[in-house]
Design a protein around this ligand. Sequence first.
Ligand code: BGC
Length: 251
Amino acid sequence: MTSTTQGFGIDIGGSGIKGAPVDLGKGEFAAERVRVDTPEESTPANVIAVALEVLQEFGWTGPFGCTFPGIVKRGVIGSAANVDKSWIGVNLEKELTERTGQPVTVVNDADSAGVAEDRFGAAADQDGVIIVTTLGTGIGSAVLHDGVLLPNTEFGHLYLAHHKEAEKFAAASVREEKDLSWEDWAERLQEFYAHLEFIFSPDLFVVGGGVSKKADKFLPLLDLETPIVPAGLKNDGGIIGAALLAAERAA
Ligand code: BGC
């Protein structure tokens, strides 16, 4: 199925691989998404096989976008914090293009969610500097200035004052593993967001990731100058942004 008003996005995550056709004009799914668990051994061969399976579920032909939970430079994977290390150096864009015969755009997962939030989500009416963070297995980040993305910012790997990487201290997975109360987790998030606020003077923080559905439990506990709001597209921004970026590039 190909359509000029529809695109397709795949979101590769540490725990799930998800895909859906996207209505490019509305910035929403055009059909219910499909999700498959990320293979335990998250090697390129295993993960690519699942991503292609998701694509085939919809019989999609045409340009599509795909996210990756690490640095992506010109289609090549540059880091793999939460998936198999053998990803580093793989040209995922080339690999997927060769396997499908379609034009493919590969983008960092948080950058993709950031673009989607900026166009259709919580930042749609805000110009200036927007910082979108995703709280999940790791912490992803996207920075946009007046709609233009500065890719691969990787704020989840900032070292905070106690010499711990932000995502090892404050990701949503850390809250679950350590069974932290919302208050205790919010204290950790406070340290992270206050640091970002001081360095970047953003106009808006947007908080994505699955836990953003429970934003009322922790966002009101944060004390920041900058407005901080949950993602408007919930956890769907990765898929939506990838589809948007792929369609733009193809055009
Ligand atoms: C990775 C980022 C990614 C984030 C969320 C981090 O560990 O380094 O590239 O955006 O996790 O998946």
